[in-house]
Design a protein around this ligand. Structure first.
Ligand SMILES: [Zn+2]
Length: 271
């Protein structure tokens, strides 16, 4: 039996999804399973030379210390039994289109599949960076859950198993997406923010944009990174609490996301 857990990030207001038990094969047919001599972190042909590829390289530009590298570092170890592969695709999973991205872990093949939807590439490259990071946080969690202690890139987390099981109790084992989103929102939001900041600072288009708009009061980079980091996590209890306690911040986030990131022509290019 194939056992897959998956997350698909369908929209800004957050997730749904769960764990599937059944005969669901990898939509890309892979099939090689454990016999394939794949590198531990790999990119499909569909990924190569796309904007997603370019954005991922910028996310990794900080080398070993970058957030993305820390998320993926465990998978690159020889002792890792799980591989990760990145794809760009029009994802249609179980009859529903995925808007932004999806992360699937297949327990039989021991592979994590990260999909970025083709439509996502039409957005600003900062939004592409956000989705790559979001799905990579899922990959990191799958690594921690299924291959334990080698996934410590962000911080040592000796109580992870107990901690995460508590989340699973509250948010449902059958809905790993909800447990993972709540865990991310509580434990990792500052790392998400940091990862976005790294992307921004490594992209000359964004640096130029920032310097041209720095006189605008509404332009607050720190707040914008934080607002973006919550994307895909707005279905969580942490977000509900945050919203209740920080209404002014949430207004800022919404303005920055709609005004700067999504309508005012944030740079789409990555080169
Ligand atoms: Zn997600």
């Amino acid at each position: 039996m194939i056992h897959e857990s998956f997350d698909r990030e369908n929209d800004e207001t957050g997730g749904w999804g769960g764990s599937i038990h059944g005969d669901i094969s990898n939509p890309f047919g892979g099939g090689g399973g454990l016999l394939s001599p794949l590198p531990k972190v790999d990119e499909d042909k569909s990924w190569e030379n796309t904007k997603a590829d370019c954005v991922k390289q910028k996310l990794e530009a900080g080398g070993a210390n970058s957030i993305l590298n820390n998320l993926l570092a465990g998978f690159k170890l020889n002792s890792s039994v799980i591989d990760v592969k990145f794809y760009v695709s029009n994802i249609d999973y179980r009859g529903k289109k995925v808007k932004n991205g999806m992360c699937v872990y297949n327990q039989t093949t021991k592979k994590v599949y990260i999909y970025l939807s083709e439509n996502r590439l039409n957005k600003s490259s900062l939004e592409v960076a956000r989705t790559i990071l979001h799905e990579s946080f899922h990959a990191y969690l799958y690594g921690k859950i299924h291959d334990g202690a080698i996934h410590n890139g962000l911080a040592p987390d000796p109580d992870f198993v107990t901690d995460f099981n508590n989340y699973a109790k509250v948010y449902g084992k059958g809905s790993s997406n909800s447990a993972q989103h709540n865990y991310m929102a509580t434990m990792y939001i500052r790392y998400m923010k940091e990862g976005l900041k790294e992307f921004f600072n490594s992209d000359p288009h964004y640096m130029e944009y920032a310097s041209n708009n720095s006189s605008d009061d509404r332009w607050n980079l720190d707040s914008m990174f934080e607002g973006l980091a919550w994307g895909g996590l707005r279905g969580t209890d942490s977000w509900k609490d945050f919203k209740l306690n920080n209404p002014a911040k949430v207004n800022d986030f919404n303005l920055q996301l709609s005004y700067f990131v999504n309508s005012y022509g944030f740079p789409k290019d990555c080169d």
